[in-house]
Design a protein around this ligand. Structure first.
Ligand code: TXA
Ligand code: MG
Length: 344
């Protein structure tokens, strides 16, 4: 993480990545949340490549990664006191601020929205790449649209093959994507919206803004235009994930219920393919996560992948009352979107 020394080998990879970016290509970039698929914001060719490589629809905007608060200010038309306080407390780190954009940010990045998501990542390799590139980098998570996010360089290589250059940084320490928070000024007060939960918690933000005597309120944003990336399904592993909310069900009962529900499962929801189990369901594996939410988040995507690699017919996450608290909400948000089926 921030104390990680960058070896000369990694430095060489960063230089190579910066050259590729300058030539209009995309590269895999480690960050402390998940690995990203990076493009320079001034290269339309590279930005288009991000959508093509990811098979991502153009309605879902990209996050712009910067290397300082000063750089973020340059791309925001209304960098207010609230943005400044949030950035000073949580940057560099796993928080994306959605703010009104300037004309330097293309509609391709924001899907035509008047706002842009800005984040200063903490991972030293991401910071070094931003420095070497000399330009902000738009980067979604480096996975195909709707599928499990990557937390290691190996995950990215497996997703996109050898044709994509990936910097071999350390595994992502946080493990789930940044919290995405919209900030709007309304007179002397602010309206905040939690567009995606992550490791920067709503209570962390409340604590800061109360401490600083800021007048604000949380508003719920439900419209697709303001929260375009909030699909019902996302992060899907290659094997169907079932969430079981009743810890008393036996594995045999879970299998039986799954078989019963199979026929009524949709093939696709909002363009995301729903992974379905075979009807002769025999091998069911449990997704075991740490009871410590920070560790569970760190390991979540690698676990979804490693259980899938054991090729069960389905994997099951047993949800219990132990999975409560804000960090668990961020993890459960991913699990529910990754799940093909929820059993009560
Ligand atoms: O941790 C992260 O945020 C990672 C790393 C690579 O930085 N990136 C990431 O990007 O998760 P992506 O594209 O997978 O998710 C970005 C989310 C999407 O749900 C998108 O809809 C939302 O941020 N977003 C980006 N710009 C937005 C905007 N202007 N308004 C509303 N939502 C926005
Ligand atoms: Mg993503």
């Amino acid at each position: 993480m921030s104390t990680e020394k960058i070896s000369s080998d990694i430095q060489g990879q960063i230089t190579r990545a910066a050259e590729l970016l300058a030539a209009g290509d995309v590269v895999g970039m480690p960050t402390e949340t998940v690995y990203g698929l990076a493009a320079r914001i001034d290269s339309e060719e590279a930005l288009k490549k991000v959508f093509a490589v990811k098979e991502r629809p153009f309605f879902d905007p990209l996050i712009v990664h910067v290397n300082s608060i000063e750089a973020a200010k340059k791309y925001s038309k209304d960098w207010n006191e609230c943005c400044q306080l949030l950035a000073e407390r949580f940057w560099p780190g796993p928080l994306t601020l959605v703010v009104p954009k300037t004309s330097e940010i293309s509609d391709l990045i924001t899907s035509g929205l008047p706002s842009v998501g800005l984040r200063w990542p903490k991972h030293p390799v991401a910071q070094a790449l931003l420095e070497a590139a000399g330009a902000p980098l738009a980067a979604p998570s480096a996975n195909k649209f709707g599928r499990t996010s990557p937390t290691t360089a190996a995950h990215v290589r497996r997703e996109f093959g050898d044709s994509l250059f990936v910097i071999e940084g350390s595994a992502s320490d946080i493990g789930i994507e940044s919290s995405v928070v919209g900030v709007k000024q309304n007179g002397s007060s602010f309206e905040l919206s939690m567009l995606r939960k992550g490791a920067v918690l709503q209570s962390d933000i409340d604590q800061l803004l109360k401490e600083k005597n800021i007048s604000y309120q949380w508003v719920e944003v439900t419209g697709k235009s303001e929260a375009p990336g909030r699909m019902k399904h996302h992060y899907m592993p290659s094997v169907p994930l079932v969430i079981c909310k009743n810890p008393r069900l036996t594995m045999a009962e879970i299998s039986q219920k799954l078989k019963e529900r199979l026929a009524s499962m949709p093939d696709e929801v909002e363009g995301v393919k729903i992974i379905k189990p075979k009807s002769d369901l025999t091998k069911l594996l449990i997704l075991n996560l740490s009871s410590k939410p920070e560790q569970a988040a760190r390991e979540l995507y690698a676990q979804l992948r490693s259980v899938s690699d054991r090729k069960p017919d389905a994997m099951c996450f047993i949800q219990s009352s132990a999975h409560t608290g804000e960090m668990w909400e961020s993890i459960l948000d991913r699990l529910y979107k990754a799940a093909s089926l929820i059993l009560d």
